[in-house]
Design a binder for this molecule. Structure first.
Ligand SMILES: C[S@@+](CC[C@H](N)C(=O)[O-])C[C@H]1O[C@@H](n2cnc3c(N)ncnc32)[C@H](O)[C@@H]1O
Length: 346
């Protein structure tokens, strides 16, 4: 059976989030269930795979937060969407050098893809990590959640406002089994989903991370009870932006959304103002939205590169600085990637 028919086997029409859930995470044909997307031979590269320096800085950030929490005897660290596990590998290696913290950690990975879980198990075989599906099962210790490019991988809903009505975007099959996009008017109840978000009021194009917010709500419940916080790093914007941003990539090149389904990654640009508003509504303390460049500099990435590079050959040093530039320069990932942190008031 052709893939288009498989996608619409049990539903005639699928809202954008339901459609994305299938093409990205279906257990047999979903993108994340069938391939390793990272690196030169994959489709895209992420900061943890550009340089271990990025991961070390996340470790340093964790140490800082642990100190702010007054060095609890036990702490849960949970990486969200750990990909190939390399970020956690560096974090765990780095934290070993801080025995007081290292001995207090319960380390968890929150991962949906069984394919990537296997890869994580392989890469982290020498470390004491557990996979978690339900945050209610976390022991009642302060908990720090952190994820790089986790939020932009969670399916979103798309709406459009026209002549005082709001329409939701759906995909469906035409008679020739081609996928078509159509918009359907939503009712007052459905409007409640996003109507009270100020940053969306004057928008014509609305992308709403319904699934993402449901996940964040579960984390919020944990940190409100046990203290801790949530760090998100993603490609996104914090200004007025009124357009749909869903995008697809394959082999490091742009791809049309409906082409190469199951073989191409589909993400969107995260609306950081919306996340900030969400955290505010959850009554969390929210940091200002920072660029990745500022965040990494603040926690000493340049200084760290200087120290490490002292003993390096010219070639390795050049490579290290080239990678550092990709992470922090405004013309690369330094400006377009943003960081937000929300923590409990306790
Ligand atoms: C774009 S990748 C980022 C991977 C890694 N953090 C990195 O920066 O290289 C998104 C990750 O989130 C995972 N993921 C997506 N949706 C998820 C969900 N609902 N629950 C847990 N993990 C999820 C994916 O399988 C993948 O590991």
């Amino acid at each position: 059976m052709n893939l288009n028919k498989k996608i619409f086997l049990d539903k005639k029409k699928l809202s954008v989030d339901k459609f994305l859930d299938k093409v990205l995470y279906n257990k047999t044909y979903g993108y994340y269930s069938t391939k390793n997307p990272f690196g030169r031979n994959g489709d895209f590269i992420t900061s943890p795979n550009i340089s271990f320096l990025f991961n070390e800085i996340i470790a340093i950030w964790i140490i800082t937060e642990w100190k702010k929490l007054r060095k609890p005897k036990k702490i849960n660290l949970i990486e969200l969407g750990p990909g190939n596990g390399l970020m956690s590998l560096t974090i765990l290696k780095t934290l070993k050098r801080f025995p007081e913290l290292a001995n207090s950690i319960n380390y968890f990975l929150f991962e949906k893809s069984n394919y990537l879980k296997k890869l994580q198990k392989k890469n982290l075989k020498n470390y004491d990590v557990k996979w978690i599906e339900n945050f209610k099962k976390l022991k009642k210790f302060p908990s720090i959640f952190f994820g790089n490019e986790f939020f932009d991988a969670l399916p979103i809903k798309q709406f459009i406002k026209k002549d005082n009505f709001v329409y939701e975007k759906f995909f469906e099959l035409d008679k020739k089994s081609n996928i078509q996009a159509n918009f359907y008017k939503i009712n007052k109840d459905q409007l409640k989903l996003f109507n009270n978000y100020q940053c969306l009021t004057n928008k014509k194009f609305i992308e709403f991370p319904d699934q993402g917010f449901k996940e964040l709500e579960k984390m919020t419940r944990v940190i409100k009870k046990n203290s801790g916080g949530i760090l998100l790093i993603d490609y996104g914007y914090d200004r007025d932006f009124d357009t749909f941003t869903l995008q697809s990539v394959i082999k490091h090149k742009k791809n049309s959304i409906l082409k190469n389904l199951g073989k191409a990654d589909i993400t969107y640009l995260v609306n950081f103002r919306l996340i900030k508003e969400f955290f505010g509504k959850q009554k969390l303390n929210v940091s200002k939205i920072e660029t990745q460049g500022d965040f990494l500099r603040k926690y000493g990435i340049e200084h760290r590169a200087e120290i490490i590079s002292k003993k390096m050959s010219f070639k390795s040093k050049a490579d290290l600085y080239f990678r550092l530039k990709r992470l922090i320069s405004p013309e690369f990932m330094g400006k377009h990637f943003k960081v937000i942190y929300a923590c409990a008031n306790n």
